[in-house]
Design a protein around this ligand. Structure first.
Ligand SMILES: Nc1ncnc2c1ncn2[C@@H]1O[C@H](COP(=O)(O)OP(=O)(O)OP(=O)(O)O)[C@@H](O)[C@H]1O
Ligand SMILES: [Mg+2]
Ligand SMILES: [Zn+2]
Length: 247
């Protein structure tokens, strides 16, 4: 798509204003819009979730109402608070939807530098960077993960926790913690240290809990870094979409 050159600044991003003291350079109004476009492109939001907003998140369960309220408040207060969120719940209740919606709002409304990463993809990208043919280094991948103002790590614990994975993810999260950088996590795993209730129809993921998947050390960091947001309800993909409920 051909980009139109801004008629106000001819694409320089600056306009000259004549003041009584002489000419003054000022940011053109197109500059902010461009920044937002760049931030949205950099954020790595998966295409499937491009249109997820807080407005189009539907309430089908009381827990979703609470989660939406907490998400809105998070956006409103950002960056004044240094506590992230941990969305926990079964498949298809909108954990990723909410996490993406928060990112999008913060980019569009506040120009915040945000990044979305699927946990498994992050691990894979780091591992791939070690191969001799790789054109990117580990640092290339990790720099934005460390530096962004808000990181979403989706599907925490979705990969088998080898010692290397556990160490790497602890290193990343701990660095962000030390820098007081905010992170949002989503996970399918029960946030319980005791045995999960296997009679619960929503949890069919076997008998592992979040602690089993990410280790005690990391879970303890998460307690300090995040507010836990528990979500329940039906799988939206099954229950509402197939019934022609929306779309
Ligand atoms: N309450 C909701 N209102 C509107 N759309 C929803 C809602 N819940 C889920 N969706 C939509 O359903 C699809 C699945 O939701 P999403 O991927 O966010 O679920 P999830 O909780 O992250 O599931 P998983 O554990 O499988 O990752 C998405 O396209 C999302 O936009
Ligand atoms: Mg998800
Ligand atoms: Zn301009």
């Amino acid at each position: 798509m051909e980009e139109k050159v801004c008629p106000l600044c001819q694409g320089t991003g600056w306009v000259i204003e004549q003041r009584s003291r002489g000419p003054v350079a000022r940011r053109c109004q197109c500059f902010g819009q461009k920044q937002v476009q760049v931030l949205l492109q950099q954020a790595r939001i998966p295409r499937r979730y491009e249109n997820c907003t807080l407005e189009n998140y539907e309430i089908h369960d009381p827990s979703q109402e609470d989660a939406l309220k907490i998400s809105k408040k998070f956006v409103k207060n950002f960056p004044a608070q240094d506590i992230g969120l941990l969305y926990i719940g079964p498949c298809g209740v909108g954990k990723t939807h909410l996490a993406v919606a928060v990112i999008r709002e913060l980019i569009i409304k506040k120009g915040i530098y945000c990044l979305f990463y699927d946990f498994r993809e992050l691990i894979r990208d780091i591992q791939n960077s070690y191969t001799p043919e790789s054109e990117v280094s580990e640092t290339d991948i990790l720099a934005p993960v460390f530096n962004c103002n808000l990181l979403v790590l989706d599907e925490l614990g979705a990969k088998r926790p080898t010692a290397w994975v556990e160490e790497t993810i602890f290193y990343i999260i701990n660095s962000r913690y030390n820098q007081k950088r905010v992170t949002i996590f989503t996970s399918n795993y029960l946030d319980l240290e005791e045995e999960p209730d296997r009679r619960d129809p929503y949890y069919k993921k076997g008998d592992e809990s979040l602690v089993d998947r990410i280790g005690v050390r990391l879970r303890s960091r998460l307690y300090e870094m995040c507010k836990v947001v528990n979500l329940a309800g039906k799988d939206y993909r099954k229950a509402f979409r197939q019934a022609g409920y929306r779309f």
